[in-house]
Design a protein around this ligand. Structure first.
Ligand code: GLN
Length: 197
């Protein structure tokens, strides 16, 4: 059994909870700091990254979230969650949690394409993932330890660095749970490895 939390300060929480439901997974809606303690993995949902950051600071989540990543626990960020995980943000002095070595541009698809859907090949998951983009960020560049999982029109939209994954679209808004299953596998493997050390 693994315990996976969804950070529930702001954004699309319920959809992630539904997508994570599966045998062997206990899903926790994380509203209080103490709930981070016994989690094996954490989802940072989509929403609005600046609003989410404000609430992270207000409720004292900033250092505990950084420590969670430093402890090697898996994290999965979608859209605003991806923005929170980026080491660098275009036009900003600093990133937020800075857990994935990538540079991200917010709202990069522009107004005309505020939201759209596409079928994407995602490495290690499937060739036909239905991706929903909503005021989506783009990954401009990645460090050498970062694996590119998917591109849309030549632009990077999903990545993995060790036990951390992030995508600029919203797998939780579709009925396709394969991206979430992929995360559950990472969480399960990481937990098994830790128990065996
Ligand atoms: N554009 C939003 C931001 O900057 C992210 C949009 C989303 O999560 N759907 O936070």
């Amino acid at each position: 059994m693994v315990k996976i939390g969804v950070l529930a300060l702001q954004g699309a929480v319920r959809e992630h909870v539904n997508s994570l439901q599966s045998p062997g997974v206990e899903v926790i809606v994380v509203k209080k700091l103490e709930q981070l303690n016994d989690l094996d993995g954490l989802v940072l949902p989509g929403g609005e990254s600046t609003a989410m950051r404000r609430l992270i600071d207000k409720y004292g989540f900033f250092e505990p979230l950084k420590d969670f990543a430093k402890a090697g626990k898996p994290m999965f960020g979608t859209c605003a969650g991806l923005i929170l995980m980026a080491k660098k943000l275009v036009g900003q002095q600093e990133g937020h949690l800075e857990v994935i070595d990538m540079e991200v541009e917010r709202n990069a698809f522009g107004r005309q394409r505020e939201s759209f859907e596409a079928e994407l090949m995602v490495k290690g998951i499937a060739e036909d993932i239905n991706a929903v983009f909503i005021r989506a960020p783009l990954i401009k560049s990645v460090g050498e330890d970062v694996e590119i999982l998917s591109k849309y029109n030549g632009e990077i939209v999903a990545v993995r660095q060790g036990q951390f994954i992030a995508c600029s679209f919203h797998p939780e808004l579709t009925n396709d749970v394969r991206f979430h299953q992929y995360f559950v596998e990472i969480v399960t493997e990481t937990k098994t490895k830790c128990l065996n050390v």
